[in-house]
Design a protein around this ligand. Sequence first.
Ligand code: NDP
Ligand code: 2IT
Length: 450
Amino acid sequence: MTYIHNTIARLKKTSPAQAEFYQAVEEILDSLQPILETNEKYKAHAIIERMVEPERQIMFRVPWVDDQGNVQVNKGYRIEFNSALGPYKGGLRFHPSVNASIIKFLGFEQVFKNALTGLPIGGGKGGANFDPKGKSDAEIMRFCQSFINELYRHIGPTSDVPAGDIGVGAREIGYMFGQYKRLTGNYDGVFTGKSLLWGGSLVRKEATGYGCVYFAQYMLEDHNQSLAGKTCLVSGAGNVAIYTIEKLYELGARPITCSDSSGTLYHETGINLATLKELKEVRKVRLAEYLQYHSDARYIPASDYPADGHAVWRFPADLAFPCATQNELTAQDAQALVANGVIAISEGANMPSTQDAVEVFLDANICYGPGKAANAGGVATSQLEMAQNASMQTWSFAKVDEKLKVIMKNIYRNARDTAVEFGEPNNLVLGANIAGFRKVADAMIEQGVV
Ligand code: NDP
Ligand code: 2IT
């Protein structure tokens, strides 16, 4: 306990005002107590002290000109957190809320997540406080080009390989790759999540959502349950939410909600996937427009949410898939889910449940798959994209999907077996955190004090 307290106290001095980052560190350290107590080597090698300090943090100005001819300025980030297991790997987030705390929490989580995949990738994260909403295609392109005018010198196919996250999809990756290629003259696998026309991997677009559902499936199978016939709550309406919903239907479940930052949609007969894709992938409009296609659905605007949480978690269902953003599920939401008989949570988003909410799930002894395990299918498939690029091959959809399933099963088993080893068989938070930590920490020790 003192160890956690001292680490957080030190971080508050050296990295002030980074609440999300402290939250992510505290959760990991809390889980690591049993292994830190019995393994002097981690203290002797100052592993925690080194792990919580990124290897390198790059922050830069991103100036660009909007369609009216005004000069705009955003702040760009790339935080290269840990390269013990391989090149820095992790997404870029474009959202107005982005700051150093958010990028550091995401980068820190990424280190452990990437270790859990079993693949040779270190952890990093980046982005900008740029708001893509309402921007024209030309503005998005100019922003991406300016962002890369600085970032290009820090990335490379064997050093740091960015991908998408909130606000960054195939369109943005295309503009960033184009500018990187122009500046460096290199046509290489420096980004993942690329278009299928020029180096992308089949299944990467679907991978985070599919993987999150596979993870739920493996948790349920272990408790003699299945997805068939289960009602599911999904939050978000972006890349992860859409492909979570798609896979839930394929496996016989019924997703009845989704949401965006303006409100929540509830459709008792099941969210219409074709309409959702049309609204969000093609027309890029607000979710409220869904009602124009399906008048039997209900829409709850964010202004009508309960003061202590989010409307999406207050509907009765068997399973919950938070797929929007950090801290979108509060302790009160968790209590409502448990009271309504939820049997499993699988997190598509990064750190969507507050620390108190996680405690509620663990106390209720239901299946709880933390994001760094349950959403690792996205980054794992990114690594499969890197492998295809490096070997100049293109694998079939079935081959990549099969590899994704095996990776998700291995992550689940690794987290579960580690939880069993440390005497808390149903605590996948503990299992995932210790399993990820052990791999990174032991690699760091073998590589010396660097
Ligand atoms: P998208 O940008 O495609 O979609 C994000 C969705 O979440 C949108 O519906 C958005 O609504 C909603 N959202 C975002 N921020 C907020 C907010 N502050 N409040 C309410 N709603 C919000 O992103 P992704 O689907 O790619 O990412 C979703 C989550 O999954 C993130 O936590 C991300 O870190 C995580 N993740 C993503 C991976 C990937 O491969 N893409 C891999 C692993 C994790 P609106 O449009 O109104 O903003
Ligand atoms: O949070 C994540 O794992 C991602 N946004 C995906 C990162 C990647 O490199 O594919």
